[in-house]
Design a protein around this ligand. Structure first.
Ligand code: PLP
Length: 456
């Protein structure tokens, strides 16, 4: 009997040609986005000034189960997909666990993360509609990098608002975006009304994702033939990221494996929503019952300590309202090194599934994630992004439980990206200058104060 290979790459023709829309199998739909001015559900047309038409349609479409991936997108996917499914034999041995650990690795592209999957789709549809360009925000820089690559492929302009502290701390991210001709502005900036307002109130502000989103949306709606693109949270992004889970399931099926536990880090929920998609389908349709675990930073705990409520998706309150687990749009997470997980809210789809008991959530602290990341790098040779290390950390915890109980569980986790741009963080960990931050209940209460008061 052949041993299961370390790495399983599907062939190109085994790559999915359709995305899977989880909402089609949910017994109850996530609550609709609302217009903050009227408190009424948004229509698809109301989104046209913000997103291109096809994406506005995908955002609102809870019915279509399978969505064809256009050939123009598949062409770009084939450059770096299918991504490998890897069996972590060395890690298993080190942990002396009977558990089988698999991970789906999305870091094998220049952007270094899964974000390219949705960036390509969003740029493609914008080009198809004949737009001139896109605007977006980026926190840690992965999304801005991914979208700059995608816009360069399809010949679109890109304006990126980059959270000021990252802009200053990660000059090479900016340089990569420059290679792809994106123009990058530190946020808050003086180029938008929202930015000027925030700077007037907080002149020393080093920015936040919520604030950069406000600036990018304002710029898109006030520029002709521009639209806005967001790298996570939205329904359309989860749809695009379903390719991760569909590939993973095809590969696991070929190995005759079925995960008992599926683990992913959760910032806005896109990689997790994508990874779990076909397995959540099994759960929703009664064909399987894997445990699904979202892992978030203890410093920004939207699922584990947030409220399930309508909230703005940004700090400047220019976006529609979404019903989600949120810490409040005014929540300012402490500086931590998993920048891609520092968002106040969570995907409305995942929020609903979590609320209805289909998945679990847990939080981990910064020092333990770097301990896990370092062990993983030594055993599996991949230097993980700090965001991804949240999933690694939880996978290790589950594998250690198996060691105690003697159960040989099959664990699948998402390894979303590489940590090459996070060496300051790795240095801080190794120098002993890194610390844990867990917000107090009072700090969280201040964030909840910013939740909009709705008269529904
Ligand atoms: C952005 C990012 C995340 C978190 O985003 P999700 O939308 O929650 O998936 C995780 N890992 C990496 C490497 C990222 O760049």
């Amino acid at each position: 009997m052949p041993k299961i290979p370390h790495r399983l790459y599907l062939t190109e023709d085994q790559m999915p040609t359709q995305w899977y829309n989880l909402r089609a199998d949910m017994p109850e739909q996530p609550d609709p986005m609302l217009n903050p001015a009227t408190g009424k559900p948004l229509t698809e047309e109301a989104l046209y000034p913000i997103f291109c038409k096809e994406l506005a349609h995908q955002e609102m479409d809870g019915q279509t189960r399978w969505v064809d991936i256009p050939e123009g997108i598949l062409e770009e996917f084939r450059i770096y997909r299918p991504s490998p499914l890897i069996r972590a034999y060395n890690l298993e041995q080190t942990l002396d666990t009977p558990a089988k650990i698999y991970y789906k690795y999305e870091g094998n592209n220049t952007s270094g993360s899964h974000k390219l999957n949705s960036a390509i789709a969003q740029a493609f549809y914008a080009k198809q509609q004949g737009l001139k360009g896109l605007t977006t925000e980026t926190g840690a820089g992965q999304w801005g990098t991914a979208l700059s690559e995608a816009c360069a492929f399809y010949g679109l302009d890109l304006q990126v608002f980059m959270v000021k502290c990252s802009y200053e701390q990660k000059p090479f991210r900016k340089a990569v975006m420059g290679v792809f001709d994106a123009s990058v502005t530190a946020s808050p900036s003086t180029t938008t009304e929202v930015g000027r307002k925030i700077l007037a109130a907080f002149p020393e502000s080093t920015g936040s994702l919520g604030c950069a989103i406000s600036e990018a949306v304002e710029t898109a709606v006030s520029s002709e033939n521009y639209r806005y693109a967001l790298g996570s949270v939205l329904n359309q992004v989860l749809l695009h990221q379903s390719i991760i889970g569909l590939e993973a399931k095809t590969a696991m099926d070929l190995l005759d494996e079925y995960p008992d536990i599926i683990i992913g880090c959760a910032g806005g929920g896109s990689n997790l929503g994508g990874l779990i998609a076909p397995y959540m389908r099994d759960k929703l349709t009664g064909k399987g019952n894997p445990r699904i675990v979202a892992v978030e930073p203890a410093s920004c705990p939207s699922l584990t300590r947030g409220r399930y409520a309508y909230d703005f998706c940004d700090t400047g309150k220019v976006t529609p309202l979404a019903k989600m687990y949120t810490l409040g749009n005014g929540f300012m997470p402490a500086a931590n090194h998993a920048g891609g997980l520092r968002y106040h809210g969570m995907s409305p789809i995942l929020s609903k599934l979590y609320h209805d008991g289909y998945m679990e959530a847990t939080s981990v602290k910064q020092l333990e994630i770097f301990e896990a990341a370092t062990l993983f790098a030594k055993k599996e040779t991949i230097l993980p992004a700090p965001e991804s290390a949240h999933a690694i950390c939880q996978a290790i915890k589950e594998a250690k439980i198996c060691r105690e109980t003697g159960e040989s569980k099959t664990i699948l986790f998402g390894l979303t990206g590489t940590g090459y741009f996070d060496m300051t963080a790795y240095d801080a960990y190794r120098n002993g200058t890194m610390s844990n931050h867990v917000p107090t209940d009072d700090e969280l209460a201040a964030g909840f104060q910013s939740l909009p008061q709705l008269e529904l």
